[in-house]
Design a protein around this ligand. Structure first.
Ligand code: CP
Length: 323
């Protein structure tokens, strides 16, 4: 393979990731994956670097996974949670970020309920001339790039555990099912999977799946079966209960009947089909509980494990690239 170069100081979106960049992440994550299986699960790569986790919105997987990834690389880690911070005294987001900058932050991992906050912090750091890399850990409905990359790594390693690469997904049919409209995970996955040459099919009710999503290069279905027909992979998304109060779906029961992924419904897929979910999961709503726990069909635990290696790769790549 020709030499590939990494030129990003921030990871805010997958919309402009090239095939080469996706492959650099896959290869780097694959080498860090080996570290996670060693007796000594730690390397000195980021010794004395400071990673700050700025999570303005709740998280289980992403926050823990970035923290563990940083620790496996021997970085120091500071975790921030709004409930126990001076945000409640009126401190702004940017002043919070500048406070961690003054403590010597080298990288900031940012999650916020509003789209654009990681971008705003990255811009502020650049304007100050500071060499701080910003990683978007999920912003509003916009993007969740590290989730998209760990999903990509999970898909590729499920095909070839030793040599994950984008071309493994070329021509594969991947169905993404559920609340696409409000999903930052769907947006990041759409960008990376279309870039890999996968055939992406979206399925959900019209209130949660506007036709304009076809502009990404995906096929849009307002019923489940055409999306599942011969699919190689099915990614199901969390039904966001807060949407119920907006009357965007008739009822959870009806939603499960029409768009819930069950053992029965995946009979339409390829025999070797695998099912993914970014979590958190509403068991029995977007996916049946037995299917979620079936290790021969579900890649959900692999997604969580992949997340550590992929986030190690991102922290390493970002830290290695200076302005
Ligand atoms: N997939 C994901 O972002 O999960 P958390 O909200 O638990 O981080």
């Amino acid at each position: 393979m020709a030499e590939m170069t990494w030129n990003r100081h921030h990871v805010l979106s997958l919309a402009d990731f090239s095939v080469d960049e996706l492959n650099i992440v896959l290869q780097t994550a694959n080498s860090f994956k080996d570290v996670l299986y060693r007796k000594t699960k730690k390397v000195p790569t980021l010794q004395a670097r400071l990673v700050t986790n700025l999570f303005f919105e709740p998280s289980t997987r992403t926050r823990s996974s970035f923290e563990l990834a940083a620790k496996r690389l021997s970085a120091d880690v500071l975790n921030f949670s709004p409930g126990t911070s001076s945000l409640s005294k009126g401190e702004t987001i940017l002043d919070t970020a500048k406070t961690f900058l003054a403590m010597g932050a080298d990288m900031m991992v940012v999650r916020h309920q509003d789209s654009g906050v990681p971008q705003m912090i990255a811009q502020a750091m650049d304007d100050l001339g500071e060499n701080v890399g910003v990683l978007n850990a999920g912003d509003g409905f916009h993007e969740h790039p590290s989730q998209g990359l760990l999903d990509l790594f999970t898909l590729c390693t499920s095909i070839d555990p030793d040599q994950p690469a984008t071309q493994l997904l070329t021509g594969k049919k991947i169905a993404i099912v559920g609340d696409i409209l409000h999903s930052r995970v769907a947006r990041s996955n759409l960008s990376s999977l279309v870039t890999c040459g996968a055939e992406v099919h979206l399925a959900g009710p019209p209130t949660l799946l506007p036709k304009a999503f076809a502009d990404y290069g995906a096929q849009v279905h307002w019923s489940l079966d055409p999306a599942l027909e011969d699919a190689d992979f099915v990614m199901t998304l969390r039904l966001q209960h807060e949407r119920m109060s907006q009357h965007l779906i008739p009822s959870i029961r009806e939603y499960h009947q029409r768009f819930g992924i069950t053992r029965d419904r995946i009979q339409r897929c390829q025999p070797q089909v695998k099912v993914l979910h970014p979590g958190p999961v509403n068991r029995g709503v977007e996916i049946s509980s037995d299917l979620m726990d079936d290790e021969s069909l579900s890649l959900i635990p692999h997604q969580v494990t992949s997340g550590i290696a992929v986030r190690m790769a991102l922290l390493y790549l970002i830290s290695n690239h200076s302005h």
